[in-house]
Design a protein around this ligand. Structure first.
Ligand SMILES: Nc1ncnc2c1ncn2[C@@H]1O[C@H](COP(=O)(O)OP(=O)(O)O)[C@@H](O)[C@H]1O
Ligand SMILES: [Mg+2]
Length: 206
């Protein structure tokens, strides 16, 4: 996916700069009664980027997403281990008000179009056109995502591999509650290190 280059007077940053992160999830496990839905997941969620959670039904995608705003707590008999930091603050600390967290971390549940139509920034369109992109639907989608990312950090759950590949910067592949593979979407989709990831994204199961 294209990333917008920031104009800067300073020399280019070192190769290994870590992008700013909104969430830091460490050793997260979540149970519903005896059933472990999330199994020791550690991953960061980059700020002002789109992270796609992919994986077959029942692998813990929704549970993981709900843990990012303490919504899973509303389900009786849930138990959690591990930590979730939101901008370096422990989301589950006794001093944090869950109602405020749920206002800050919004959840949009599956709809046909997760992104509301927004105004058009001609500069982005022009940039893409210069790169030979002609398809209007594609241009509009790029633009909406670009505008949303300027304001928000987005974590999305999808079963649609084409959509995940198009709209996300990072992809996390979950299977049976475990995070099998996580990285830049371009790498996950072109050169996954895990066979299970490759099998899933090429449609061999799920
Ligand atoms: N409220 C619940 N009570 C008991 N088990 C649940 C509940 N919600 C989800 N689960 C179980 O936790 C696992 C993960 O579910 P979920 O997070 O919904 O997966 P996904 O979103 O990937 O389909 C599944 O085995 C599911 O049956
Ligand atoms: Mg789900």
């Amino acid at each position: 996916m294209e990333r917008v280059e920031q104009k800067s007077e300073s020399p280019s940053p070192p190769e290994e700069t870590t992008p700013a992160r909104t969430f830091e999830v460490k050793n997260l496990s979540i149970w519903y009664g005896e059933k472990r839905a999330i199994d020791n997941v550690t991953m960061d969620v980059a700020s002002n980027a789109v992270t796609a959670i992919i994986g077959p039904s029942g692998c813990g995608k929704s549970t993981f997403l709900r843990a990012l705003n303490r919504m899973h707590e509303l389900t009786p008999k849930t138990r959690m281990e591990g930590t979730v930091l939101l901008h370096d603050e422990d989301l589950y600390s006794s001093t944090v008000d869950a109602a405020i967290v749920r206002r800050r971390v919004g959840m949009i549940f599956q709809k046909s179009n997760p992104f509301p139509t927004m105004t058009i920034g001609e500069n982005v369109i022009v940039g893409l056109r210069l790169n030979g992109v002609r398809n209007q639907k594609f241009l509009n989608e790029r633009l909406e995502i670009y505008e949303l990312k300027a304001k928000y950090t987005i974590v999305t759950v999808t079963h649609n591999m084409q959509q995940a590949g198009r709209i996300s910067d990072y992809t996390a592949f979950f299977y049976l509650g475990r995070l099998i593979e996580f990285g830049p979407t371009t790498r996950i989709f072109t050169n996954p290190t895990e066979k299970q990831t490759e099998d899933y994204i090429t449609g061999r199961f799920g």
